[in-house]
Design a binder for this molecule. Structure first.
Ligand code: UFG
Length: 326
């Protein structure tokens, strides 16, 4: 198939491009490189352009006959979205709408969308299932929720079919250490912890120790990037086989606290770095754990890396390679 991957030079998109390329698909990557890296594109043809550019999209869709689109390009930093909401609505919502309109206009009828557990806000029950209320508590989650709504409505009109995957906490790296989280100012717990271990940061802050959880820190469902990519491949097969539009959670169904993750990072790296307990970070739900039964049942998704040690080990190998230390 010929597949357009937006954000294919970023963390998750680049792993998708790798897998599509390995499986022999023809891949075109659209990325403005604002947070992505040219070197992360292992297969296909990279077009450096911005989704805000409708004329460019029309030209691209005219010159390449795409069978499907996988849309990863987005801003992802929750607290930045609180400070700069318009930036998030423009890039995550308006630009996604441009892409969806290009699909409709050019008859591309298969669409895979990177959504997020942030659409749930603070769920009143965990594990949280897809039918739960969507009450995002920050502009990041709201912007993704709005795109889901558009896709739902466009699907109902019969113009395309989509699968929206609601990611929980994606972490880890390519086992062959070719790809991983690259951005300099990463905010994710595992990356920040590893960078503290490597000496790039003085200490790790634990944001809040007074949550209503067993050890007082937040609980998250950490999922290895390759299991997540496998979910995308199954979604692509589902749509190619004529499957209907669907929304699925992607997580393992159990979580780890911040303290447990930090402990595991220290164990894997063998480095005891300084940790400081500070106030809660705005917009953090106490616990976010996926009920992923639907994707397992309907697409046959069987994760194979449900192991925090493995997730951290692959991320650690990547950090060492990226920063050339230890
Ligand atoms: N945390 C710390 N210190 C840090 C970084 C994070 O204590 O330096 C804590 C956070 O407060 C949170 C947990 O570690 O409790 C995980 O935080 P991350 O920033 O790694 O991830 P989030 O759960 O905030 O967000 C991630 C994605 C979002 C997605 C969300 C859904 O970044 O895009 O998961 O679960 F929406």
């Amino acid at each position: 198939m010929k597949i357009l991957v937006t954000g294919g030079a970023g963390y998750i998109g680049s792993h998708m491009v790798r897998t599509l390329g390995e499986k022999g698909h023809d891949v075109v990557i659209l990325d403005n490189l604002c947070t992505g890296f040219r070197e992360s594109v292992l297969y296909g043809r990279l077009v450096v352009a911005d989704l805000a550019d409708r004329a460019m999209l029309d030209e691209l869709f005219l010159s390449e006959k795409f069978d499907a689109v996988a849309h990863f390009a987005a801003y992802i930093v929750v607290d930045e979205s609180v400070r700069e909401p318009a930036k998030y609505y423009r890039n995550n919502f308006v630009n996604a709408l441009n892409l969806i309109e290009a699909c409709i206009g050019h008859g591309v009828d298969k669409f895979i969308f990177s959504s997020t557990a942030a659409v749930y806000g603070i769920p009143n029950r965990v594990p949280v299932a897809e039918e739960s209320l969507l009450l995002p508590i920050n502009p990041y989650g709201a912007s993704k929720c709005m795109v889901e709504q558009v896709l739902h409505d466009v699907s109902r009109s019969g113009r395309l079919r989509h699968v929206a995957l609601r990611y929980f906490n994606v972490a880890g790296a390519d086992p062959l250490v070719r790809l991983g989280q690259r951005s300099k100012d990463a905010t994710h717990l595992i990356t920040v912890s590893l960078r503290t271990a490597i000496g790039m940061r003085k200490e790790l802050s634990i944001f809040g120790t007074d949550y209503d959880t067993p050890d007082g820190t937040c609980i998250r469902d950490y999922i290895h990037i390759d299991d997540l990519i496998h979910a995308h491949m199954l979604a692509l097969e589902h749509l190619s086989g004529g499957g209907a539009s669907r929304v699925f959670n992607c997580g393992y169904g159990h979580g780890y606290s911040v303290r447990e993750v930090v402990q595991m990072v220290k164990q894997i790296t063998g480095i005891d770095f300084p940790v400081r307990e500070v106030d809660r970070r705005d917009g953090d739900p106490p616990a976010l754990v996926a009920d992923s039964l639907s994707i397992s049942k309907e697409l046959g998704w069987k994760p194979i890396h449900d192991d925090l040690a493995y997730i951290i080990k692959t991320a650690w190998e990547w950090e060492k390679k990226l920063h050339g230390k230890r």
